[in-house]
Design a protein around this ligand. Structure first.
Ligand code: GAR
Length: 191
């Protein structure tokens, strides 16, 4: 199963996927390409480290969505990788219908809350400020509804009395790093 990863940030989840692959825990999946919409994103440094092609793809002039000529550019570049699945690992742009149609049913996203609670930006901070005692992370198929597609799997994180926003965020990230590779491995076995 050919996997293309898209991310905008430090890439800790992409790293977890690549480490799982190294350890033989990614089933029949292999990462064939990493793309980022930010030239300075940490996720791009994983390419040379793991021997996977990694490239910046400009999404200007938009800041929060993938649209217009940039969307076409993304579709062409990703199509050229012949992906079986596209993993959004901290890709912070809204995906539009043209892109969704190009990769229908093949895009999964990671979100740092138990959806449908706390969709959108800063799922960790939203849950923290709301004072919930249980949160977690979600992997779901991407549809036109932001953070609203069918849920594939979730992992639970409990907020303890001595947690701070920082320790809570660390727990969420640890849960993500376990969940996302395991979902990819499972999907690869069921193709
Ligand atoms: C992750 O916590 C992921 O859940 C979140 O971005 C972070 C990326 O971290 N995604 C979203 O909030 C999407 N709505 P990373 O760059 O270290 O993998």
């Amino acid at each position: 199963m050919r996997v293309v990863i898209l991310g905008s940030g430090r890439g800790s989840n992409a790293e977890a996927i690549l480490l799982a692959r190294q350890a033989g825990r990614l089933g029949r999946a292999e990462v064939v390409q990493i793309f980022s919409d930010r030239p300075d994103a940490g996720i791009l440094a994983l390419g040379p480290r793991f021997g996977v092609p990694a490239a910046f793809l400009d999404a200007a002039p938009y800041k929060t969505k993938l649209d217009g000529a940039a969307e076409e550019h993304y579709i062409a570049a990703i199509m050229a990788c012949r992906p079986d699945i596209l993993v959004l690992a901290g890709f912070m742009r809204v995906i539009k219908p043209r892109f969704l149609e190009a990769f229908a049913g093949r895009i999964i996203n990671l979100h740092p809350s138990l959806l449908p609670s706390f969709p959108g930006l800063d799922g960790i901070g939203q849950a923290w400020r709301r004072g919930v005692k249980i949160s977690g992370c979600t992997v779901h198929y991407v549809t036109s509804e932001v953070d609203g597609g069918p849920i594939i799997d979730q992992s639970v994180v409990r907020i303890e009395p001595d947690d701070t926003l920082e320790t809570f965020a660390e727990k969420i990230h640890a849960a993500e790093h376990a969940l996302l590779p395991s979902v990819i491995a499972r999907l690869s076995e069921h193709r």
